[in-house]
Design a protein around this ligand. Sequence first.
Ligand code: GRF
Length: 216
Amino acid sequence: MAKLRVAALISGRGSNLQALLDACRRPGFPAEIVLVISNRAEAEGLKRAERAGVPGLVVDHRSFADREAFDAALDRALRAADVQLVCLAGFMRLLTPGFVSAWPGRLVNIHPSLLPSFKGLGSHAQALAAGVAIHGCTVHFVTSDLDAGPIIAQAAVPVQNTDDEASLAARVLEAEHRLYPLALSMLAEGRARLENGRAVLQGRGAADRMLFNPAD
Ligand code: GRF
């Protein structure tokens, strides 16, 4: 079966991109990364793409008059590469409703919290301030509302009483690197899809969309 053609949109470090690239190298993995787009030329993730032999493209948001024009350029690049699914992986720009509605069920994001808790920036600081015992990450379909789309998969990690933002972020990031490839394989095999504004999960893995790490 043909592999799903995936693009990753990044702005920085690209460790989630790396997890997806590594997963795509596994024999039989149902997706391939065919394009990486960064809005920042200095993003470390572009080097990861290069090392993996995947085309990297810089679309600098500052070269465009407005968000619509920037998103139109993204859209053109994605369509020119026959991309079927877009994975946001640390992409620090808000996408316009026009762009989001042009990729229904084909645009996903990873957020470092158990949504709907702790949306937006600083999710680890928010979790520590709230005093939760369990934190984690979420892969979700993107809608026009920030960090609010239908949930595909989540991973939970414990919060330890010695944690600071950095230690908690590191624990969540490890979970992110396991969760995003899992969610991508579900999407690529049609086991996770968007229907009537809800994430529909089916078949093998539908029960695995929750990873829990009680030990750390
Ligand atoms: C991750 O924590 C991701 O959940 C969030 O931004 C961070 C990106 O890190 N959206 P990286 O660039 O993938 O290393």
